[in-house]
Design a protein. Structure first.
Length: 285
């Protein structure tokens, strides 16, 4: 065979072999260049996935705060059904300051501690007096307010404060409150008054309504609440019975961290301008 023809045939064969090799690239590895010192070899991140080193902000804890919804000026509902009041704004301020959210939950007062113990709520911040009986069940924050009991009667009534102290008239108050305890210990248990002459209500507004309707002769409750609740009604404040009750925030006994947080928050609140602002806003003094 002519040498030139043979050479041409060999060349064609080599080109065909190369073409076939190029079509089987699934196993072909692309060589990775060796990086030079100091060169950034980090691969470009997929923009559709979050970067591994991004720290998302921690979610704030949420605490459910039980209140008496008819306890003006401490905790009550406005005309739109929103909770407001001295205590409501206090815990909202503390939550902002201490880094937690709050949900205000109005509920019946005589069931509020059982609800706390059953973990339906996380605290009671609603003018709750610190008492030995309650301390057996829950812990309390440091005191943030001191109150006495006020007695309300109808305008023009001949009832005296001594009549009330001696249990000579029909008395009304909210079930489970401090006034209820005072009547029971000082009048019913001592025999000065029969249980029939002590009328108990789900909230103080119902008691005052019965006072206006002459179903009871006098109503006793915390001084600031009585003052606010009789405004615009044919009722007057007869006087005070000194009890020097201290208000605190009720918390379950095992929630020691929350107790410390609330105590720190109360310290900050009472040292801030907000404290005086709230006292003036709700006419606390």
């Amino acid at each position: 065979m002519n040498a030139k023809i043979l050479t041409a045939l060999i060349s064609v064969a080599i080109l065909c072999m190369l073409a076939v090799a190029g079509c089987t690239g699934t196993d072909t590895k692309v060589p990775v260049p060796t990086p030079t010192p100091g060169e950034n070899t980090t691969p470009v991140a997929n923009t559709t996935a979050p970067a591994a080193n991004v720290t998302l902000p921690a979610e704030k804890p949420l605490y459910i705060v039980g209140i008496d919804g008819d306890y003006k000026p401490y905790s009550y509902m406005d005309e739109k059904g929103n909770p407001i009041g001295f205590d409501v704004e206090s815990i909202q301020w503390i939550g902002d300051e201490m880094g937690f959210d709050v949900k205000i939950q109005p509920m019946a007062w005589d069931g509020i501690i059982p609800s706390l113990l059953q973990k339906k709520i996380d605290m009671v911040y609603s003018g709750m007096s610190i008492s030995p009986e309650r301390l057996e069940k829950v812990n309390f924050s440091k005191p943030y307010w001191i109150v006495n009991q006020a007695v309300a009667v109808r305008e023009g009534a001949t009832v005296t404060l001594d009549d009330v102290k001696e249990g000579k008239v029909v008395l009304g108050t909210q079930r489970g409150c401090t006034a209820h305890d005072w009547f029971d210990k000082n009048l019913v248990q001592t025999g000065k008054m029969t249980e029939d002459n002590l009328k108990l209500y789900d909230n103080i507004q119902l008691a005052l309504n019965d006072l206006q309707n002459k179903r009871v002769d006098a109503v006793m409750y915390d001084v600031p609440v009585i003052k606010k609740s009789i405004e615009g009604k044919p009722l007057v404040m007869l006087g005070e019975i000194q009890t020097d009750e201290e208000y605190g925030v009720a918390i379950r006994k095992d929630d020691t961290e929350l107790l410390a947080t609330i105590n720190e928050g109360l310290d900050k609140l009472m040292a801030s301008p907000k404290w005086e602002e709230l006292k003036q806003k709700y006419e606390m003094e």
